[in-house]
Each structure stands twice: as C-alpha cells, then as structure tokens.
Design a protein around this ligand. Structure first.
Ligand code: ADP
Ligand code: ADP
Length: 541
C-alpha cells in the first residue's frame, strides 16, 4: 500500500497515492494519540452557500463543531489545553480569519440541521406545529410550510410522520432560525427531485443577506445547483481527513469525479466516475421475468388511486423507478410481490420479492455478521465476499452492532441483506439515502453485477438522478398528484423515460463539457428553452 492508510488500502492502489502535503504539517485538530486528525477547515462566507463534498467519516462534523465553537481546535496538541490565540495565529491572513475572530468574540450564532432526521422523534415530543413555532425566529414559517408542503402534517405528532416529511420539517425548522451561520448536514435523503430543488432554492434565498451556509451533500446534481463554492474532503475515513481550500463548484465536482485534485496534485481514487452521454442502446431483449396487464389499486374510499399500464419486466435488467413521493411506487412493488391484491387486473406470476424498504429500522442489538449469516447460508463464502461484502465495504463493520451503525453503514447492510436473499426480483427503495458518492457508485456496481451474474432482476427506486443514470437499463416513470392519484407508464428506454420524467418536472440537463456530467440548466436559459423545444431533457441528441 501507499503507506497513508492505517488499514488495508480501500482502492487496492495500483499506483502510489501521493502523501498529501498537508499531512506533513500539524492538523487542525486531533482527538487523541493515534486518533482521528483533521487537516484544513472549510471557510463559511457571508451571503454564500459553501458546499463540502467527500466521504463519510472524514471529519466534516468535526469541522463544523469547530466552526460552531463546540470544539476548540488543538492544532494536533491533544494533550495540551487548546488555545484560541494559537489558532488565530495559524489562520491569520486566510479566508477564515474574519470568521474565527467573530467566533472567538462569541458573536456567531449557529443553526444546524442534523444528518439523521429519523432521530428527531426520539428527542421531541409534540406535533409539527409545536416544533416549528418554537423555532420561527425569523417569522417566515408560513412561507416555508407552504413551499415545503408541510401543511398536511402540521397537526400530526412528530413521531407519526414519514422520513420525507421529517426531512422537510427539519429543514423548515433550521431555516426559520435567526443565525449567522447555518449548517445543513445532507438535505436530500427521502426527498423527491422536486422537493430537493425546492430545498435548494430556499437555501439560496436565505443567503441574500450576510448569513453564511455550509452544506454537506452527496446528491451531486443538487449540490451543483445549490452551492456557490466547494471544498473537497478526502482522506482515510476514521483515520484522517483533509479539507481542501475553496474551489468553484464545477471544478470541485469535476475533480472529485475524475478522482484527481488539480491544485493539490492529489489522486484520491484510481478511476474516474463516468456518465453515459447518450442513452445506452437498449439492451438485447432477455426473456421476460413477468408480464403484467393494466392494474388499478385504490386505498380507503378512493383517497388514493393508482393506475398502472401493463408491461414487461425482463430478466437480468435493472429497472429504474422514478417519480414523486406518495405516488404509488411502493404500492406497485407490493402488487408485484403479491402482498397486495389489485382492484382490477391480476399479476399471475407469484414472484419471490426481496425488498429493501426506504426507512431502515433496526433495533435489534445484534452484530452485523450475526445478522447477515441469519439471512443467507452463503455468508462468508468466497462468492458472497466477492459479490456482496467487498463491493458494499462490509468487512470493516462486520463486528459492529447494528444499532451503532451510521446511516450509510446501515444502508449498505440493508442492501446486502436484500441481495443475499434468494429471490426473483430485488426491490430497493432509495438505496442512495445517507451513502456518500463513493458508496453510491460502489453500491451501483454491486447491484448491477449481482443482477448480471445471477439472472436476477432489480427494481431500484431512487431520486438521485446520477445514480439512476449509472444504474438503470430502463425506466418506469410515475406521475400524478401525490397522495391523491398515481399513474405508471409501461417500462421504457432510458432516453424516453428521462424525457417524460423530466418534462413532468420541467427540468432540463446539459452536459459539462469536460467530464460529460449532467448539470441542471437554469430555468429559462437558452439551452433550457432549446432542449425543451426539442424534447431532449437529459441525453444530448
Ligand atoms: P463525518 O462528519 O465526515 O462523517 P466526523 O467528523 O463525524 O466525520 O468523524 C470523523 C472521525 O472522528 C470518525 O472516525 C469519528 O469516529 C472520530 N471522532 C468524532 N468525534 C470524536 C471524539 N469526540 N473523540 C474521538 N474520535 C472522534
Ligand atoms: P410512494 O412509494 O410513491 O411514495 P406509496 O405507494 O407508498 O407511494 O403511497 C401512495 C399513497 O398511498 C400515499 O398517499 C400513501 O399515504 C397511501 N397509502 C399507502 N399505503 C396505504 C395503506 N395501506 N392504506 C391507505 N393509504 C395508503
């Protein structure tokens, strides 16, 4: 290995990764002897949204705790009493000087949205209205409630609302606070694309004044839209993390995807992450796994009704499922699994369906290895290690307790558990939630390889457009009125599917000229209008 990593090299480094220059200097903070060290800090800027892009466990929260004055950085001298004067000497003349001076004077107030909104109900006992009114220091609640569509759950107890609702409530609660510095740790989990874009817009509007916003986000299309500048974070999760100086958002994301940081002359990954610029050619038709006729299903007294156009799902394919929340995607999966009976039409095949739900609730105090070996007899076989454990990076967490896992770790265990089942159809509902970019890419290739090698079929519901682009062979597009009526078309090719999905959202993507990465067009820009006229919303013709 290259000597940087304390454990096995995560990249099986074929080329030596340069020792970062920064590691020869003192860190900003070290938790203890041989403990995690952080090098570099992001610099919040007044009136701007600063993004941080990097893996989990790399010190982003540590950096924010420093910027929120919860930790006084010790400059690596963990056994001495930390001293702000020494820190100020260190940062004089840098972008951070002003901010740190204000922080030291105690004149910086901080509002923070936590990463795991699922935990809010454990700490707050009451309904949505009570939570939000308590935080409405700016008197902007009505507008936030309206634009984030929180109205329907205002009088519901916080412990009864869904993850997507909690995410929007947490965002509203944070943005309603009066603060100088807002820190948002992941805004997209459980939100659909329309909701993600609304959140990005609201955050952008917040900075019109002298407030500064720092955002950690792994949905690159949204990060691109949201941030004014970007710090890339890299290193060895759990061992050390380096936060680069500010970059333009475009360069920061491009360099991150390319795996090479230009100013730093630093390779952070052996391979680039690449996107298809043109819709992939329709794969040679494999045999059908299931053919289903037109179906309908409604709940209650027709409060919600779903119509599904008949179609075919093929063996060996990954079918991407896109559409807003509350539109019937999970209901469709349950119809295929035979867990629900349709009102009209019938699904003949009784498919064995393995299902990874959107919200992963694990409360058993059980180790990861014990849990996974209770699901499959293949556990521990070299085949299982190669196909599942390695691509999902499970080795390092096998001995941990399920209850102690981070969100991204929990997600990987849940995907592994789903793929380890013996099934005809694997349904994965929002696998991207809480995973960092690296983990999304690895999970994508794990799911793809698994379906190819096992004559299996996967249905992947996700709102990260990059992940869907990298993962899916075809698309099943849902539209309609959330919580009222849903409609699904028949599965179609990627170009046709992206076009109908994005036309419904009224969003077009252009390609970054250097790396072919899809980027959201400014609404009403020349490209936006031209592409809409041509009906090409995603893949350039
Ligand atoms: P991120 O936000 O990027 O996921 P964190 O800043 O939360 O990363 O954590 C970075 C590393 O620092 C992790 O390995 C974590 O276990 C370690 N760490 C965090 N807080 C402490 C602490 N108080 N003492 C020792 N190690 C810590
Ligand atoms: P999606 O997966 O697209 O988010 P779902 O299929 O979960 O959508 O739900 C679609 C709509 O049906 C939502 O309004 C939801 O509240 C409602 N719904 C889901 N399951 C039930 C049920 N068992 N009884 C009544 N309403 C339901």
């Amino acid at each position: 290995t290259c000597g940087i990593c304390v454990e096995k090299c995560p990249f099986d480094a074929i080329e030596i990764i340069n020792l970062p220059q920064e590691l020869e200097d003192d860190p900003v903070h070290r938790y203890g002897d041989n403990a995690f060290s952080l090098y570099g800090l992001p610099a919040p800027q007044e009136g701007r949204v600063t993004g941080i892009l990097g893996p989990n466990g790399i010190g982003k929260t540590t950096a924010v705790r420093i910027l929120a004055d919860e930790i006084t950085p010790n400059l690596g001298q963990w056994d001495d009493e930390p001293d702000w004067d020494a820190v100020m000497d260190e940062y004089r003349g840098t972008e951070l000087q002003n901010y740190l001076e204000e922080l030291q004077e105690g004149s910086v107030t901080v509002a923070r949205k936590p990463q795991y909104v699922d935990r809010i109900p454990d700490r707050f006992d009451g309904n949505t209205r009570e939570l939000l009114e308590h935080t409405d220091e700016r008197g902007v609640l009505d507008d936030l409630v309206e634009r984030l569509s929180i109205g329907p759950v205002m009088d519901q107890p916080i412990d009864s609302i869904s993850g997507g609702e909690l995410q929007r409530v947490a965002l509203a609660a944070t943005l309603a606070r009066e603060a100088d510095f807002y820190f948002l740790d992941e805004i997209t989990p459980y939100l659909d694309i329309g909701q993600r874009m609304t959140a990005a817009r609201l955050i952008g509007e917040l900075t019109g004044t002298d407030r500064s916003v720092l955002v950690v986000e792994h949905d690159l299309a949204i990060l691109d839209l949201l941030a004014d500048s970007l710090h890339v974070a890299y290193g060895e999760p759990g061992a050390y993390g380096v936060v680069t100086g500010p970059k333009s958002v475009k360069n920061g994301i491009n360099e991150y995807l390319a795996g090479y940081l230009e100013n730093e002359n630093m390779r952070i990954r052996p391979n680039a992450i690449e996107f298809e610029e043109h819709a992939p050619r329709t794969a040679a038709a494999s045999s059908p796994l299931v053919e289903y006729p037109d179906l309908t299903k409604s709940y209650g007294d027709g409060e919600f009704s779903l119509t599904i156009e008949g179609g075919t799902i093929n063996e060996n394919e990954v079918l991407g499922v896109v559409g807003p929340n509350g539109i019937g995607k999970s209901t469709f999966a349950e119809l295929l699994a035979g867990e629900l009976e349709p009102d009209e039409g019938s699904v003949d095949a009784r498919l064995d369906v393995a299902y990874k739900p959107q919200y992963i609730e694990i409360d058993q105090p059980m180790r990861v290895d014990a849990f996974l070996s209770s699901i499959t007899n293949d556990f521990g076989s070299s085949y299982w290690d190669t196909e599942i454990a390695q691509p999902l990076q499970l080795e390092r967490i096998m001995e941990q307790n399920l209850t102690d896992l981070s969100g991204g770790e929990r997600q990987r265990v849940a995907i592994a558990a789903c793929l380890s089942e013996d099934a005809d159809l694997y349904v994965l509902d929002e696998p991207s939630a809480h995973m960092d970019v690296e983990q999304r890419v690895q999970a994508t290739s794990a799911i793809r390889r698994y379906t190819e090698n096992h004559d299996a079929t996967a249905l992947v519901i996700d709102h990260d457009i990059y992940m869907i682009d990298l993962l899916a062979d075809r698309l099943l597009v849902f539209d309609g009125e959330p919580a009222a009526s849903g409609h699904a078309g028949t599965p179609v090719g990627m170009r046709e599917g992206m076009n109908s999905f994005l036309a419904d959202l009224d969003v077009t993507f252009r390609r970054d000229e250097r790396v072919g990465r899809p980027r959201i067009n400014k609404p009403g820009s020349q490209l936006d209008r031209e592409q809409k006229r041509q009906g090409e919303y995603y893949y350039a013709p």
